[in-house]
Design a binder for this molecule. Structure first.
Ligand code: ADP
Ligand code: UDP
Length: 241
């Protein structure tokens, strides 16, 4: 697969056009950002760890019946994906209170949320990803009512499936963010599922093993991601070149 010109360079990944108009290459860089891109650092090995981690999760989700954009690993830090027409919405599922939910509602971190909370945010760094609802999505034409329903249904399925996968590895899936896009008229899960976009705590000690280590300056960021990958049994060897 031929990597052609750069289509988009985000905070953590670069996206390249390929010789197939329906496929893109995602390059997972070592860049790590927090606070909507205000704080960026390069962390050695992070791109490669996240590339493998994402491949592992996407392949599991596909087997569980969630359509994803993932095609295959190309190298240490690159994957081939289907080119989606992205919906500019972030879907967040929360099983325990943390992050912006605590700030917004004044609740303490770590409260179990039963039933899990589902939220939509408008993907816009300059506006700090404001929370939106179905009415905003319809009026601004970001998504249809059917898109919104499907995004919520798929996010909840992902939560049930991955919640169990992580729990079996001794981890609590605290919350996570998903992005969806359209492909041949249907919605698919795009972007990534890595410790950059979710919160994972050790089941017994509640030690943080996700990007909060970076946000809070706790250190050992990539080591924590590697620990999660090892507990899940993520293959760190490239099988196809
Ligand atoms: P950000 O844009 O938030 O800074 P990244 O650095 O992760 O994030 O950039 C990756 C970009 O690629 C995101 O804007 C994401 O929506 C987009 N993207 C992810 N998967 C696909 C896909 N399959 N097709 C088209 N765009 C995608
Ligand atoms: N998240 C993300 N990208 C964003 C915003 C949030 O990946 O632009 C993830 C974040 O890592 C967490 C979940 O979504 O796992 C919920 O994030 P929250 O709303 O608490 O925002 P935060 O305080 O983490 O910015």
């Amino acid at each position: 697969m031929q990597r052609k010109e750069l289509l988009y360079s985000g905070k953590a990944k670069s996206v390249y056009i390929t010789d197939d108009p329906k496929k893109l290459i995602l390059h997972f860089r070592d860049d790590t950002s927090a606070f909507d891109g205000e704080h960026i650092e390069r962390l050695a090995r992070k791109g490669a760890v996240n590339n493998r981690f994402n491949a592992f999760i996407m392949q599991h989700l596909e087997k569980a019946g969630i359509p994803t954009h993932f095609e295959r690993l190309l190298s240490n830090d690159e994957s081939l994906v289907k080119r989606l027409d992205m919906i500019p919405i972030e879907c967040v599922v929360r099983n325990f209170s943390a992050g912006s939910l605590c700030k917004r509602l004044g609740v303490e971190e770590g409260r179990e949320l039963n039933p899990p909370i589902f939220e939509f945010f408008f993907k816009n760094d300059a506006l700090h990803d404001p929370m939106v609802n179905l009415h905003h999505m319809l009026s601004f034409g970001w998504a249809s009512a059917d898109d919104a329903r499907q995004m919520e249904d798929m996010s909840r399925k992902v939560n049930i499936y991955l919640g169990k996968l992580f729990l079996d590895a001794g981890l609590l899936l605290v919350d996570f963010k998903l992005e969806f896009g359209r492909y041949d008229g249907n919605l698919r899960l795009g972007d990534e599922f890595t410790p950059d976009g979710c919160r994972l705590w050790d089941r017994e000690t509640r030690r943080k093993l996700d990007k909060d280590r970076f946000r809070r300056g706790l250190g050992g960021v990539v080591e924590a991601y590697e620990e999660v990958a090892a507990r899940l049994g993520v293959d760190m060897e490239i099988s196809s070149a």
